[in-house]
Design a protein around this ligand. Structure first.
Ligand SMILES: Cc1ncc(C[n+]2csc(CCOP(=O)(O)OP(=O)(O)O)c2C)c(N)n1
Length: 901
């Protein structure tokens, strides 16, 4: 029998055209029967080529009709007990709903969502009963990675409650986490580290990170770090969510890398928060075109089993014809209204269609299911999707938003915001899903859990056991790795060389050494977004190889060179192209490998620092939520250090943003030895102690002499500051303390010389490796002192360093003033900060440092001015300095808004 979907789908305008279409199709059928599909492909290709030559619009070839992709005749039989599963889903639906309703009875501040899970329940449950594989007996995680739609979290909690993994108390504390026994609003591994694996609450990030998790799984396999397997990455996404750029950003990567371990399930309830996703169009058809065009296999699950008979009887394809002219705004209304409305508005458009449903009662029409609510159809799609066919799969499942919530939310425009239901609505829901609840239970929104030995719970638990255990469940049992000491991988940084070099070069040399290290080398994942040559990393191409799922199919142009461009299946470097979001997603996949795969990996992603926190800040936040570990290297950093590149390239704020991410340890070293010590500490913290933190380190492209480390500086380097230059003066007219980090530290050293030589001011210079670490320690100490008023007063590291010094304190960095201002609270005396506020611009380093007033003269001037205010030096000395050093006296600061005057 000819599958329905391959028959004519475009209704002919005239009888003659209908005959013509029939003849063409008949001829095609004939070829198919006698010669086979190969010849059919050739013919269709030839037709397409000819059509394009004549500029005939053939774009619709990326679309199939608005029907299920899997014909009835090829559906597998359902492996489960549909009745028990229906009852279980009803209980889970109820508990999810009760959780939100109760939270909002407690306080309307708590919020929550009913309609999203109501639409997703059958999709999730079919997966939990039959597909999602757990990690087995707790050995290395070996299950599927399942990313779940965030606003459906109550349903996931409700299932875990039936499984006995969450208590009634926890459900009662949904969205009340401060007491310690609550449940987080959305999936947050940071807040529920034993439960959630993947943060998906920021729409779009689930999609892109899922792609790179699937890709990283292949990377680990190809590098021999993980056995080959058929594990899958499932990402459940909203159709509204697909409008996020990040949702679509990974599609071509997934197809290019043949990720047939990746399945997107898109819950097409046709609505988002405010209204329909594509009221005037069709989101399903649009997504089908997008995914098909990107090289994915698309499986549409649009109609439930009780439509099968209608489609089978509809020999003239009137349903398809009617659907092809129906926009989503109308489909939403059909979801929200009863059979009478549907009969009149949808089925009565054509007499043939009206005839088709003549024998259906109103109840029959009311019960016509959308595909995403029919476990049989969902199962068929999932079963097809898990077959490895060399390409990723997108399942477009049509559902109703607020399914089962009746006139209170089903298909209603305001469904997303519905959080409260009155007693009548709750009772209606109870009856709709035939729940064994008394009126009193309903009024109290009582959670329901059947007896432990009930067939339902037995079935549920047995199902999960067979599939390898519960999900979601986050593991944290990877082996620890001891990193080498800084003196080993960064030995050169401690032995001053004659030549000048930058901290970026230092990093690359250390990375090359680390990659060779026997204990941790294999676990390092260098990541670049098409800037390796910018950072002088091309030497690593040959040494470590660039990962490519298909090896290297060409002889590289530079194959004769010593450092040729080497791609390999077991390559170690992830070269992401100009794709910071992709690179960060890879970094997350690698940085959470310890948890997702039991294989600790240490990603080091190096990028233009301006294109990090600023460009992909939300992914960095998600990484922190994910408990990712690794290094982020903000290279060519600083507003005056990158010099020529200008406004969109020069970063003056990444350290400020970094200070707002609790799991981020941010560092701005100036010298190679500082970098080595920080890298060692980072590796120790992340690989050996296995703390869920990550390090952000800025490195510069400015070459300068790299001195030897002052004795005993390690502690200060890792605590945030240390004394770099003590004054040689035994007698002086005054004292000053200069604090600086990164590129500006050398300006502070020069300023100290100037102050001592020209003004006889004893000046000490402190290298601040991390303003944020100093602030963190300051805040902790301050809190402790507040809570222990009678105990011995503690001092933070900053106070330890500065309290016994003399003179005003001046701090300067290559970042906005707010960065050194982070530590103002703990300053013992007058504190003056300098920074690079304003827009970047192109010039020489010297020109820029003068312009932003962070050069040696500006730092010295700040110290002199503070000393004059204190009466330590005459004010005329300051005036003379301004004149003799040609300092700007413009009315408005030159960096404000526009151009210098
Ligand atoms: C980046 C981001 N923007 C906005 C939101 C707020 N938000 C949460 S859910 C939602 C609508 C989701 O619609 P859809 O993806 O279609 O999922 P549905 O709930 O309809 O299944 C919005 C706008 C968010 N969580 N993340």
């Amino acid at each position: 029998m000819t599958p329905r979907l391959q028959r004519d789908i475009f209704p002919a305008a005239t009888a003659a055209e209908a005959i013509e279409t029939a003849e063409w199709l008949e001829a095609f059928e004939d070829v198919f029967r006698t010669v086979g599909s190969r010849r059919c492909t050739e013919l269709v290709q030839a037709l397409l080529t000819r059509a394009r030559a004549h500029d005939v619009n053939v774009s619709s070839t990326l679309n199939t009709p608005y029907c299920n992709s899997i014909p009835v005749w090829s559906q597998p039989s359902y492996p489960g007990d549909l009745n028990i599963e229906r009852r279980l889903t009803a209980m889970i639906r109820w508990n999810a709903l009760a959780m939100v309703v109760r939270a909002n009875r407690f306080s309307t501040e708590l919020g929550g969502h009913l309609a999203s899970y109501a639409s997703a329940a059958d999709l999730f449950e079919t997966g939990f009963h039959h597909f999602f594989r757990g990690s087995g007996d707790g050995r290395a995680p070996a299950g599927d990675l399942v990313l779940l739609q965030p606003h459906s979290a109550p349903g996931v909690y409700a299932r875990a409650y039936l499984e006995g993994r969450l208590t009634e108390e926890q459900l009662s504390n949904y969205r009340r986490e401060c007491g310690g026994r609550g449940l987080s609003s959305y999936p947050h591994p940071r807040l529920m580290p034993d439960f959630w694996q993947f943060p998906t609450g920021s729409m779009g990030l689930g999609a892109i990170t899922a792609v790179y998790h699937a890709r990283f799984m292949r990377y680990l396999e190809n590098r021999g770090l993980l056995p080959s397997s058929d594990r899958k990455v499932w990402a459940f996404l909203g159709d509204g969510e697909m409008d996020e750029p990040e949702s679509l950003a990974g599609l071509s990567v997934a197809a290019r890398e043949n990720l047939d371990n990746l399945i997107f399930v898109i819950n097409c309830n046709l609505q988002r928060l405010d209204g329909p996703v594509r009221g005037n169009g069709s989101i399903v058809q649009e997504l089908e075109r997008l995914f098909t065009g990107a090289g994915w296999r698309v499986i549409k699950v649009l109609w439930g089993s009780n439509w099968d008979d209608l489609f089978a009887r509809d020999r003239e394809n009137n349903i398809v014809r009617r659907l092809s002219e129906t926009v989503d705004g109308e489909l939403q209304s059909y979801a929200a209204h009863d059979a009478g409305f549907n009969r009149e508005r949808f089925f009565s458009k054509y007499p043939e269609l009206r005839e088709l449903v003549r024998d259906l009662s109103d109840a029959d029409i009311d019960h016509l299911l959308r595909g995403g609510h029919d476990p049989v159809k969902i199962h068929a799609a999932f079963a097809e999707a898990v077959q490895p066919r060399g390409v990723p799969v997108a399942i477009l499942a049509q559902t109703k938003k607020g399914f089962g919530l009746g006139r209170w939310a089903e298909g209603r425009m305001s469904a997303h915001q519905q959080k409260k239901l009155n007693d009548e609505a709750l009772a209606w829901f109870r009856d709709r899903f035939e729940l064994p609840l008394s009126d009193d239970d309903v009024r109290r929104a009582k959670f329901f859990r059947p007896a432990g030995d009930s067939p339902e719970l037995q079935y549920l638990l047995k199902g999960r056991k067979q599939l390898g255990g519960f999900l979601p469940q986050r593991a944290d049992a990877a082996p620890a790795i001891s990193p080498p000491p800084a003196l080993e991988f960064g030995h050169f940084a401690f032995e001053p060389e004659a030549r000048e070099y930058s901290t970026t070069v230092a990093f690359v040399r250390m990375m090359a050494n680390l990659l060779r290290n026997r204990s941790c080398g294999r676990h390092i994942v260098p990541i670049v977004a098409d800037e390796a040559r910018t950072f002088g990393m091309q030497s690593l191409f040959r040494q470590a190889g660039i990962y490519s799922c298909c090896g290297q199919l060409y002889e590289p142009e530079d194959h004769d060179d010593f450092l040729w461009y080497r791609e390999a299946r077991d390559g170690q470097i992830l070269q992401e192209g100009i794709n910071e979001a992709g690179a960060l997603s890879s970094w997350i996949a690698a940085g959470t490998s310890y948890s997702n795969h039991g294989v600790p990996m240490l990603p080091a992603y190096i990028f233009y620092s301006m294109f990090g926190f600023q460009r992909v800040g939300d992914l960095i936040w998600a990484a922190a939520d994910s408990r990712a570990r690794g290094f982020l290297l903000g290279a060519t950093s600083g507003r005056t250090t990158l010099s020529g590149e200008g406004l969109q390239h020069q970063d003056g704020s990444s350290h400020l943003v970094a200070s707002t991410v609790p799991a981020c340890r941010a560092w701005d070293p100036c010298f190679a030895y500082e970098l080595a010590i920080i890298l060692e500490r980072g590796m120790r913290e992340m690989l050996e102690q296995q703390n869920d933190v990550f390090y952000y380190i800025t490195v510069m492209n400015e070459n300068y002499p790299q001195p030897a480390m002052p004795a005993g500086a390690e502690y200060g380097i890792t605590s945030g500051m240390y004394l770099l230059r003590a004054s040689s003066k035994s007698e002086s007219i005054a004292h000053a303390q200069l604090l600086a980090s990164g590129a500006i530290l050398r300006e502070a050293l020069a300023a100290a010389e100037l102050l001592e030589e020209e003004f006889d001011i004893a000046t000490q210079v402190w290298s601040v490796t991390s303003f944020t670490e100093l602030r963190r320690a300051g805040m902790e100490t301050e809190r402790w002192n507040r809570l222990h008023p009678e105990g011995e007063r503690r001092r933070c590291h900053l106070e330890e360093c500065l309290n016994s010094t003399e003179g005003p304190i001046v701090a300067a960095t290559d970042y906005v003033r707010a960065v050194p201002d982070l530590i103002r609270s703990w300053m013992p005396r007058r504190y003056v900060t300098l920074g690079t506020d304003g827009f970047g611009r192109s010039d020489t380093r010297q020109g820029l440092r003068r312009f932003f007033e962070v050069d040696r003269a500006s730092i010295a001037l700040a110290a002199l001015s503070a000393l004059a205010d204190e009466g330590a030096i005459p004010k005329s000395s300051v005036s003379n300095f301004v004149a003799s050093h040609d300092c700007s006296t413009a009315e408005a600061p030159p960096w404000e808004n526009g151009c210098p005057g």
